[in-house]
Design a protein around this ligand. Structure first.
Ligand code: MEV
Length: 432
């Protein structure tokens, strides 16, 4: 079992499958199952997205209609495996469409990257950028930035910042505008191209050289995209909340809802779950449009902890004018060109369904989906709880996994309408 499989990546797909089957004593039909999920005529495309691709992993591509965002109506594509997420987003979207819709504020759209270096001189040298350095670095990347500049982007600003608490370690921070692309490749290429000229500048210039040689440690973009920030807001008169208040007085519901959000603002254990509910919606859009959900999550969670404690990304207010207001602010570096966005046929289709939005517009859509799911989740939590909605789908999944016939499924759905669902109870019901 602890034998290393040598040269695995060099083997053909068939050889890889056979080796795995033997090595891990997988069932005879292992190859057949993998084959079932391969695309009949576009597989080469999917194979090439990654390495050692054996097959495809299907996830549902669903839609949440009736999203009114900044006065435009959208049907929002969502890729998510968890039941109830699309239903919850759709329900909130329809409600808010009738109550003013989601409003977006794009705070800014810059992304940053760093070249980290070791230099044993005083921090005071970098109160301003050393004369001539910025020009030298910009010149070095002209072949890379020319096209981006034509599209309205490029290198924006540079600054050298010492690493907190460390002697001799610095970052050259560079901010970039990448317009409609997420820009990871562009930023990393620019940074790597600037490494050598940066080192040369320090090692030639005698003011710097007197402190010894400069060593470049690494160059990489930062996924903490605090300057690529979006807010989505909803607001309605308190009385309008009755469709979500499950029979409670809307005013009491609004108060209870606000308390639940306030709990997530002060308690980290609750905040993590609360924010998970936000990413149920946001990630589903990020994935559907071929964007990097790990980057969005990493940035979002770091932003949630920006004051030293992990808190809710959304907040809720009962305003003096008697309205219920909720907003969600998070960093979201998304693209609508480049990367997988146009290469993956389903991502391209998702973007087309959204009317081929700009990156800013997509930030607003993904944030609105997050806020919609957050609104639905908290509304359920402070009223009926979430299990009621989940159980129908849980029952359906259980019945399928127990190979129930259609007739049995129908009878079980009827029987469990007012009964708590458990695997044991469902098994017993089917036996009867
Ligand atoms: C489940 O995927 C998401 C929730 O737990 C979010 C929340 O608790 O706010 C319902």
């Amino acid at each position: 079992m602890d034998q290393i499989i040598k040269g695995f990546s060099k083997l053909s797909r068939e050889e890889k499958i056979e080796i795995l089957r033997r090595h891990f004593q997988l069932p005879e039909d292992f190859a057949e199952i993998l084959k079932t999920f391969r695309h009949p005529d576009r597989q080469k495309l999917f194979d090439d997205f990654s390495e050692n691709t054996l097959s495809n992993f299907y996830l549902p591509f669903g839609v949440a209609p009736n999203f009114k965002i900044d006065d435009n109506m959208y049907v929002v594509p969502m890729v998510v495996e968890e039941s109830s997420v699309v239903a919850a987003a759709s329900r909130a979207a329809s409600f808010w469409a009738k109550n003013g819709g989601f409003k977006t504020t794009i705070h800014n759209t810059l992304k940053k990257g760093h070249i980290w270096f070791k230099w044993d001189g005083p921090k005071s040298f970098f109160a301003n950028m050393p004369e001539g350095l910025e020009e030298k670095l910009r010149e070095a990347v002209v072949p890379l930035t020319a096209n981006m500049e034509k599209r309205g982007g490029g290198v924006r600003a540079m600054e050298i910042i010492p690493l907190e608490g460390e002697y001799g370690l610095f970052q050259l921070q560079i901010s970039f505008e990448t317009v409609n692309s997420m820009g990871a490749n562009f930023i990393n290429s620019c940074l790597e191209e600037m490494k050598e000229p940066l080192k040369e500048f320090f090692n030639i210039n005698k003011d710097f050289k007197q402190y010894g040689e400069t060593e470049i440690i690494m160059a990489i973009l930062s996924n903490y995209t605090t300057e690529c920030l979006v807010t989505s807001t909803v607001e309605c008169p308190i009385e309008a909340l009755s469709p979500f208040s499950a029979g409670m007085e809307p005013a009491g519901f609004a108060q209870k809802f606000k308390r639940a959000v306030d709990i997530a603002l002060s308690d980290t254990s609750r905040a993590v779950t609360h924010n998970k509910g936000i990413f149920n919606g946001t990630d589903a859009v990020v994935i559907a449009t071929g964007n990097d959900f790990r980057a969005a999550e990493a940035a979002g969670h770091a932003w949630a902890a920006k004051d030293g404690k992990y808190r809710s990304l959304s907040s809720c207010e009962i305003t003096e004018k008697g309205t219920f207001k909720m907003d969600l602010t998070l960093p979201l570096a998304l693209g609508t060109v480049g990367g997988l966005t146009r290469l993956h046929p389903m991502a391209a289709l998702a973007l087309e369904m959204l009317g081929n939005p700009s990156a800013d517009e997509l930030m607003g859509i993904a944030a609105a989906a997050g806020l919609a799911n957050n609104f639905s989740a908290v509304a359920s939590l402070v009223t009926t709880g979430i299990q009621k909605g989940h159980m129908k789908l849980h029952l359906s999944n259980l019945l399928k996994s127990l190979n129930a016939t259609e007739e049995e499924q129908k009878a079980a759905m009827d029987h469990f309408k007012n009964e708590t669902v458990s695997a044991l109870k469902v098994k017993e019901f089917l036996k009867r």
